[in-house]
Design a protein around this ligand. Structure first.
Ligand code: BGC
Length: 719
């Protein structure tokens, strides 16, 4: 793996939330925000746990942040030096994405002279519970120094506090803080051991929420004083309990194993782009994030929309996972993709409960899914910035397309891995139950000709409760056809077995009737345009800028009943274009081009999921140079400040793994033109002008392939 480093060269207080996301480290079990060691909860440090949730009172249920074992600050001659209060004379924050190591180096000018602090840390990729940290203090004058380091149980929460009880302890060389959640009594513990080789006086304090160890010593000018910390984070609900003890771990060994684990990941995952270092960095940075959140060796969890960067969006799993992220795992580490799908299989029961709640048959997956498929999406998702009242939104009730995304994810996995075994492990039941759900949504059109689906919210969330959303109808048809085909493909024994639970003959008839008679909005004969939903073309046709200029408050929500976009043709994110890029073989290039050209200027790209879909369609219609800026936008979603942080008074910042997964899809399926035809990998490349060569590896049906594209030609070689 070549060296890739992400850097911030100076400190600005307003970038604290952004840097927390940009410099995230993680290992799938937890994510650690790229905040400074001295930060307290006002500055959003977080060790965000995968798959552990808690609810406080009537507030939103959300993921839990563990006690923070990185907490550290210094005092020089009695004066505390800590960002953001003490302004530094220099500050550098770095993320080595090849090794998954975060470093910071900060220098302050004090009366006595300069004080420099450096710290490197990692979320251990080889040992999921472990965190390593190495902290160094150096001054250019003799002074009395105090380093205070420990575990902070007073964590940042959006809808907390989640710990109803915090226990602190110090025994021998180990300090520990355990927080107990209120709803389920889950105990989340951080345990640590600090080692150093200089003389100092030690004082350990177990407070109500923290355990802090202070080392006081006389620092000599230009001498480095360093301590190493090995920490463990674990929870009482862990399937595989942590068997390590912090004082038995050695920092150097952990670091070596951690780097080796990342090397193994990059061996398969690295993408090389000759001629465009910026794109190569952005894409590999995206891949880095996808790896920080991959649930390796874990079960019962999937990936939240904001990864493991905190509690935004409640730490919940959305359609993002199956539509935008899973492709990367399918083709680099299929076991991770299977874990993601297993989560949907395991939560089928929750999806059936939700369907029944709405009077529907089958399975309606949660729009915001937590453990067990629990629907975390509330009826009121945004706040009216003027009245401060919650606004009714219909994401939970009407985004039926989430169930189709699950089926789409299953089929992408099967087609690329050949693992049809997953069908008998529960995936076929998921497909059938989703098809049953869509069937119960069908209404015969007034003229009796076809089925339509009324009253939905499509991917463009700004227009709620619309009818015949082209995307939703097409996806429903895909689900019917898939269910039909998968039942038809069963061997006799499997058919008989399943027939004990379903009347398969009847289901086959119903699904066939449904996909054959499903109304799919077609391209107009005059314009070639596909109407996003019934009546869309009659809405006011104004520019995105015009709609933006109508905002009375920058945090105002654009959609819903009274939003500025609701009665206009301005959409939040790819909708018809998402459909076209997914079903490219059903439409000709001219139709795809006309729709891209119509919808793109009307799209706010208000969701980070949008740019990659437009980019992908651009590739499909042979226009990689139009695809390129949208690809870069997608790949750099977490690199640059300025991303959307507010929606109707609700904070929505965090990392954007769907955008990053989307960037990978564009590179591989768009620019490289990788596809599966007749069960084989094929490659129809279309590189942006400045890319001289693109190469990467792909897993396909259990084999690893090396793909290389140069001079307009692609080669696919089995390794
Ligand atoms: C988008 C959804 C997406 C969610 C989580 C919203 O802003 O509109 O499509 O699933 O964010 O990423």
């Amino acid at each position: 793996m070549r060296a890739f480093t992400i850097t911030a060269d100076k400190f600005t207080a307003e970038n604290i939330p952004h840097c927390g996301n940009k410099f995230l480290i993680g290992n799938g079990y937890f994510g650690i925000r790229g905040t400074m060691e001295e930060y307290t909860k006002e500055h959003m440090p977080a060790v965000n746990m995968a798959g552990i949730y808690d609810k406080v009172g009537d507030a939103w249920r959300e993921s839990v942040n563990a006690p923070n074992p990185l907490s550290t600050y210094v005092k020089i001659n009695g004066k505390k030096l800590a960002l953001p209060d003490a302004e530094p004379i220099s500050h550098k924050q770095e993320l080595d994405i090849a090794k998954g190591i975060h470093t910071r180096c900060t220098t302050w000018q004090t009366e006595g002279g300069e004080v420099c602090v450096t710290c490197e840390r990692f979320a251990d990729m080889a040992r999921r519970n472990a965190v390593g940290m190495r902290y160094t203090l150096k001054t250019d004058f003799d002074c009395t120094a105090e380093i205070t380091t420990g575990i902070d149980g007073d964590v940042w929460d959006i809808n907390g506090p989640h710990f109803v009880k915090i226990d602190t302890a110090s025994r021998g060389d180990i300090e520990a803080v355990s927080g107990t959640t209120g709803e389920k009594g889950i105990i989340v513990t951080a345990q640590e051991c600090v080692s150093y080789r200089f003389d100092g006086e030690i004082n350990v304090r177990c407070g109500e929420k923290q355990v802090l160890k202070t080392i006081t010593f006389t620092a000599k000018a230009n001498t480095e004083y360093c301590f190493e910390k090995t920490a463990l984070i674990y929870a009482s609900c862990d399937e595989k309990p942590c068997t390590d003890a912090a004082d038995e771990l050695n920092y150097a060994d952990l670091k070596r194993e951690h780097i080796a684990a990342w090397e193994r990941i990059w061996d398969v995952s690295e993408v090389e782009i000759d001629g465009d270092d910026e794109a190569m960095l952005a894409l590999n940075y995206s891949i880095y994030h996808l790896n920080c959140i991959a649930p390796r060796g874990l079960s019962g969890i999937s990936i939240p929309a904001r990864g493991l960067s905190g509690q935004v969006y409640k730490g919940a799993v959305f359609w993002d996972t199956e539509m935008f992220m899973i492709d990367y795992y399918i083709h680099t580490e299929p076991a991770v993709a299977k874990t993601l799908l297993q989560y949907r299989i395991d939560t089928l029961c929750g999806a059936k409960t939700k369907a029944a709640e709405y009077g529907l048959d089958g399975a309606y997956y949660a729009w915001e899914s937590q453990e067990g498929g629990f629907e975390a999406c509330s009826d009121y998702n945004v706040v009216d910035v003027f009245t401060k009242r919650p606004m009714r939104t219909y994401f939970r009730d009407k985004q039926y397309h989430v169930s189709a995304a699950v089926v789409y994810g299953i089929m992408k996995y099967i087609n690329a891995t050949g693992d049809t075994g997953i069908l008998s492990e529960g995936a076929l039941e998921v497909i059938i139950e989703c098809a049953r759900m869509y069937r119960s949504l069908l209404i015969k059109k007034a003229d009796g000709s076809q089925y339509e689906i009324r009253d939905v919210v499509g991917p463009d969330e700004y227009h709620e409760r619309v009818s015949n959303n082209a995307y939703t109808n097409k996806m429903a048809q895909f689900v019917f056809k898939t269910a039909y085909d998968m039942i038809k493909a069963l061997d006799n024994d499997s058919y008989d077995e399943l027939n004990k639970r379903y009347d398969l003959e009847k289901l086959l008839d119903v699904f066939k009737d449904s996909y054959e008679n499903m109304y799919i909005p077609q391209p107009s004969e005059d314009t070639g345009l596909i109407e996003q939903f019934d009546g869309y073309f009659k809405l006011e046709d104004v520019s995105v800028d015009e709609v933006r200029s109508r905002l009375l408050d920058p945090k105002e929500y654009w959609g819903g009943a009274y939003g500025v976009a609701a009665d206009t043709q301005v959409l939040k994110q790819a909708d018809v274009v998402a459909m076209l890029s997914m079903f490219k073989n059903d439409y000709n290039a001219e139709i795809m081009r006309k729709n891209w050209e119509y919808y793109e200027p009307r799209t706010e790209h208000g969701s980070s999921l949008s740019a990659c879909m437009y980019s992908l369609l651009s590739c499909h219609i042979g226009n990689p140079d139009a695809a390129y800026p949208l690809f870069m936008k997608s790949a750099s979603a977490d690199m640059n400040p300025g991303g959307k942080e507010w929606a109707g008074g609700i904070y929505i910042g965090g990392t954007h793994p769907a955008s990053e997964g989307g960037a990978w899809i564009v590179a591989v399926k768009g620019f490289a033109g990788i596809d599966i035809a007749d069960g084989e990998l094929v490659c129809n490349p279309n590189l942006p002008k400045k890319w001289k060569k693109l190469s990467f590896k792909l897993m396909f049906k259990g084999e690893l392939y090396c793909i290389s594209i140069e001079n307009g030609k692609g080669t696919i070689n089995k390794i």
